[in-house]
Design a protein around this ligand. Structure first.
Ligand code: NAD
Ligand code: TYD
Length: 338
């Protein structure tokens, strides 16, 4: 039987990769993409699926109760995948209000509508950042207590506990995925990897925060999206699934690798003032999703990072249009005086 699928935030980095992955493969899904098109939402990411019979775009805000209820009434969704979020830690440090509105209130509006109309599965796309920061040793498991440190991760944790409470209280079949740092095509160039690639292509300084020894655990975006597809179909209601590819890297290692792939000198690296409250290390244990649902990452980091760098090299038009506009103002604010 076909499924009606509400995807929110489908014009952003991970959501647009999800839709591009799903539309051609899942003719049993009718996908409705609800996206506000904030600075991070870009319909150019979705050119390839425009006009597909099983895909529709709706411009709108997940905090808009009336619109969300109208869509649930009209389509009677079987599945909801909530990607929509303000997603950048540095912006959440400059101001947290939009983060609270979209990430907490928006998730709540969607959960309420799902409760009212009923759904088969509600997947809240979350992050390993809700667990806080690790020391030198250890991994985040699904049992690690929530201890978010940034306004971004605090707002994501807010949505997670609300999704859990809706399962506990109302029996709503919610599932949560907590994934580590993603990389791949269409990532907005405020995030580490695309920012460094684009700066290097311009022979511009690469601003590394603090000592550059903070660790992130990297996963290719398609592997994350395959995990989302798996959890949507087979995840057990009320459960949390960590998602990661066990590829820890220090920031400085990633930056040097990007320079090496592009044949640019390390003299472009500039150590700048650290991010306030900067989490030291993230590393995720994804044995539960592997054991219980049979998911495995497929992409090798060494290959996929080269592929990603190549994509940015070959898609200059895509990022040029972004950095010429509103993003430029953010860049000035974020990196002047550092
Ligand atoms: P992104 O910033 O690239 O995209 C977010 C999308 O949400 C944009 O298209 C934006 O227009 C849309 N949006 C924002 N506010 C909205 C609102 N009020 N109503 C409707 N749409 C709205 O983010 P991303 O990196 O693709 O992240 C997607 C999700 O995955 C987020 O929930 C994020 O917390 C989570 N996540 C991201 C990562 C990562 O490494 N990027 C890792 C784990 C989890
Ligand atoms: P980011 O891509 O913002 O993801 P997150 O903070 O959600 O993990 O940053 C990844 C790491 O790179 C993080 O430790 C901060 C660091 N970083 C820099 O050193 N310089 C930069 O310009 C940016 C954007 C990030």
């Amino acid at each position: 039987m076909g499924k009606k699928v509400l995807v929110t935030g489908g014009a952003g980095f991970i959501g647009s990769n999800f839709i591009q992955y799903a539309v051609p493969r899942r003719d049993d899904w009718e996908i409705v993409n609800l996206d506000k098109l904030t600075y991070a939402g870009n319909l150019e990411n979705l050119k390839e699926v425009e006009g597909a019979a099983n895909y529709k775009f709706v411009k709108g805000d997940i905090t808009n109760n009336e619109l969300v209820n109208y869509l649930f009434e009209k389509y009677r969704f079987d599945y909801v995948v909530n990607f929509a979020a303000e997603s950048h830690v540095d912006r959440s440090i400059l101001g947290s209000e939009a983060f609270f509105r979209t990430n907490v209130l928006g998730a709540n509006v969607l959960l309420e509508a799902a409760r009212r109309f009923g759904v088969e599965k509600f997947l809240q796309v979350s992050t390993d950042e809700v667990y806080g920061s690790l020391g030198e040793e250890g991994l985040f498991t699904e049992q690690t207590p929530l201890s978010p440190n940034s306004p971004y991760s605090a707002s994501k944790a807010g949505a997670d506990v609300m999704a859990k409470a809706f399962h506990h209280t109302y029996g709503l079949p919610t599932v949560i995925t907590r994934c580590s740092n993603n990389y791949g095509p269409y990532q907005f160039p405020e995030k580490l990897i695309p920012l460094m690639i684009i700066n290097a292509l311009h022979n511009k300084e690469l601003p590394v925060y603090g000592d550059g020894l903070n660790v992130r655990d990297w996963i290719y975006v398609i592997d994350h999206n395959r995990a989302i597809e798996t959890v949507l179909e087979n995840g057990k209601p009320g459960e949390v699934y960590n998602v990661g590819a066990s590829r820890e890297m220090k920031n400085i290692e990633i930056v040097k690798l990007i320079l090496k792939i592009l044949g640019k000198p390390e003299s472009l690296i500039k150590f700048v003032k650290d991010r306030p409250g900067h989490d030291r290390r993230y590393a995720i244990d994804s044995s539960k999703i592997k054991k219980e649902l049979g998911w495995q990452p497929e992409f090798e980091f060494e290959e996929a990072i080269v592929r990603t760098v190549e994509w940015y090299k070959n898609n200059e038009n895509w990022w040029r249009r972004i950095i010429s506009g509103e993003y430029q103002k953010y860049y000035e604010k974020q990196y002047s005086n550092r």
